[in-house]
Ligand binder design. Structure first.
Ligand code: 5GP
Length: 196
């Protein structure tokens, strides 16, 4: 019974540049019962990202070895040659601590998790008001080459076509407004699950 109560998850998917990381960061700061699931990836660290904090940065060989060992709850080749995945050990570690686990995950992975954990999870899709707005944000962020930006925009277009499969769609046009809406959605979910 107690283990059941702890097995909650918040799945957050969004095209990159839609403000997802900022919203997740604010949410984690607000609620200490939530914990971020650190994914494994084969992409190199960006900016100030740290191994074991933002991601577990693995070589392609190590990542493939873990696939063979069945170490992932889910994994995807999100961009060509770039693998991302949720390690079973990470999920167990956080659930073991009694935390509600928060996932920053691509749409395919997010919908897969939702299918695996339909009752335990709340899935939220965050999007920028428009593709043009997203392009501007990615250019401003300054962490991707023009080619990578085009790749991310193509992916964003594809991902947005699946938004209706999520429990909630949040349009991030005004950060403080979106933050409040996000907090409310999550709070309602946590209360509902806790009272069951
Ligand atoms: P970024 O390179 O911008 O950090 O992440 C690229 C994409 O990979 C984002 O959509 C992010 O949500 C997704 N992603 C991060 N971790 C995982 C994971 O463990 N599994 C899957 N399927 N996608 C992930």
């Amino acid at each position: 019974m107690r283990a059941d109560l702890c097995r909650k998850m918040l799945i957050v998917s969004a095209p990159s540049g839609s403000g997802k990381s900022t919203l997740i960061g604010a949410l984690l700061q607000k609620n200490p019962n939530l914990a971020f699931s650190i994914s494994a990836t084969t992409r190199p660290p960006r900016g100030k990202e740290e191994h074991g904090k933002d991601y577990f940065f693995l070589s392609v060989e190590d990542f493939k070895e873990k696939i063979k060992q069945n170490a992932f709850v889910e994994w995807e080749e999100v961009y060509e040659g770039r693998f991302y995945g949720t390690l079973k050990s990470e999920l167990e570690r956080l659930w073991g601590m009694g935390k509600t686990v928060v996932f920053d995950i691509d749409v395919k992975g997010g919908l897969n998790l939702k299918k695996m954990y339909p009752k335990e999870s709340l899935s939220v899709f965050i999007k920028a008001p428009s593709l043009e707005n997203l392009r501007e944000r990615l250019i401003k962020r300054g962490t991707d080459s023009p080619e990578q930006i085009e790749q991310r925009l193509a992916k964003a277009k594809e991902e947005t076509s699946h938004e209706s499969y999520f429990d909630h769609v949040l349009i991030n046009d005004d950060l403080s407004k979106s933050q409040l809406e996000f907090f409310e959605i999550v709070e309602t979910f946590l209360q509902k699950k806790e009272s069951q």
